[in-house]
Design a protein around this ligand. Structure first.
Ligand SMILES: [Zn+2]
Ligand SMILES: [Zn+2]
Length: 409
């Protein structure tokens, strides 16, 4: 049950204070943008964050999961007697991609590394939220734990952060991600699944090579691979309920030596994405069945390595309702969108498998004709920095409301 509280849910002072932080958040984001660091190498980024936080008198643990930070704001308030702890998470890593923006002075100064997924902005917003909440530390009716996480891109920093105690004593977690399909000043959230589970497979088909003129003496691995590729297209189109989303994409085919040589081996690599927990294992079973049947029919052999990466990021209803309420009050109903799930993936999923919470989208579309901000992971991706105080405020406000009322209203 929520304790009675006479304070209005959206604190106008908090929103104004967030707006006043805009220049500092922009400057921090640009500094990080100039100095991107790849997964598990976020040393300077982490040191910079620790410096920002040390001014706020928090309990800071550095070196968590190599470069991560866990910082606690220990609230001094009593509230309604129920003490809760909420975590706010930001990822810190950049992508191994060049920065091809033309008209800005904060381009990456590191060859082959760029904050093309907006994690620089995520850090700035979380630092902003830390500042907003630390300013009212004496009255906070619970604790706020800030998680600055390494290696979201591909390798995965959330799992080692959890293994090293990031969620110890934490009741609820909130996180956010830039989304350039939504304008700055607007936000989105998905009920239920927000992002897909991502798996990867590496399939090697072994045939028997030979001369291109004598196919009857060979087992042509390219022909077998072609049948496998075609048949795998039926996994989603024929075996999965059309209302249950899944993707199977083969992104790499490697095999063969010359125009007149029959290949003995072909390697295929692909990605499999699913939204429902039940469908995920079915996909790998179906793939294995098809590969086994086709290779056997042609007298070939196969090795199939199936690697489960991130699970689906599934929002908890309590987190979504909490966020929707705060966002609608702060921005107006027309600026808050219920978004369809994305078939992209996020290792925020691991946190939501442990404790309730929500992950939402911060609109960041940059309408700049000279330097249009293309999508996430594009070498020209950029964000409209007006989104930074919005994200800082919503993170802080949602945390404050959770600490005051819980999330079961
Ligand atoms: Zn990304
Ligand atoms: Zn990202």
């Amino acid at each position: 049950m929520a304790p009675a509280n006479a304070e209005p849910s959206v604190d106008l002072r908090l929103q104004e204070r967030a707006a006043a932080l805009a220049p500092e958040l922009t400057s921090l984001r640009r500094d990080l943008h100039r100095h991107p660091e790849l997964a598990f190498e976020e040393k300077e980024t982490s040191a910079r964050i620790a410096r920002e936080l040390s001014a706020l008198d928090l309990e800071i643990r550095t070196g968590v999961a190599k470069t991560g930070i866990v910082a606690r704001i220990r609230g001094g308030g009593t509230g309604g007697g129920v003490r809760r702890t909420v975590a706010l998470r930001a990822d810190m890593d950049a992508l191994p991609t060049p920065d091809r923006k033309k008209h800005v002075d904060y381009r990456s100064e590191v060859d082959g590394a760029c904050h093309a997924c907006g994690h620089d902005g995520h850090v700035a917003m979380a630092v902003g939220a830390a500042r907003l909440l630390a300013e009212r530390k004496a009255d906070l009716p619970g604790d706020v734990v800030l998680l600055f996480q390494p290696a979201e891109e591909g390798i995965g920093g959330a799992e080692p952060m959890i293994a090293e105690g990031a969620l110890d004593g934490v009741d609820f977690i909130l996180g956010q991600h830039m989304l350039p399909s939504i304008a700055a000043g607007e936000v989105g959230v998905s009920r239920g699944p927000a992002l897909a589970a991502v798996d990867e497979f590496l399939l090697t088909i072994h045939g028997r090579g030979g001369h291109g003129a004598y196919p009857h003496l060979t087992v042509d691995a390219i022909v077998v691979a072609a049948q496998v590729i075609t048949a795998l297209q039926t996994v989603v189109s024929r075996s999965v309920d059309p209302l249950d989303a899944a993707v199977l994409s083969i992104g790499m085919v490697k095999g063969g030596y010359n125009f007149n040589v029959i290949a003995d081996k072909v390697e295929l690599r692909g990605t499999v994405r699913t939204l429902s927990r039940a469908l995920r294992p079915e996909m790998s079973k179906r793939i294995a069945t098809i590969v086994r049947g086709i290779t056997e029919a042609f007298g070939a052999r196969f090795d199939l390595e199936y690697i489960q990466r991130y699970p689906a990021t599934i929002n908890h209803d309590s987190g979504v309702e909490l966020f929707l309420g705060e966002a609608q009050k702060a921005l107006g109903n027309d600026k808050v969108h219920l978004t369809a799930p994305s078939m992209g993936a996020e290792d925020f999923a691991y946190y939501l498998e442990k404790i309730p919470g929500a992950f939402w989208w911060i609109g960041c579309r940059k309408d700049d004709a000279e330097d249009p901000g293309y999508g996430l992971h594009h070498p020209t991706f950029d964000l409209d920095e007006r989104c930074l105080p919005v994200g800082a405020h919503l993170l802080a406000q949602s945390a404050l409301t959770y600490l005051t009322h819980g999330a079961d209203r």
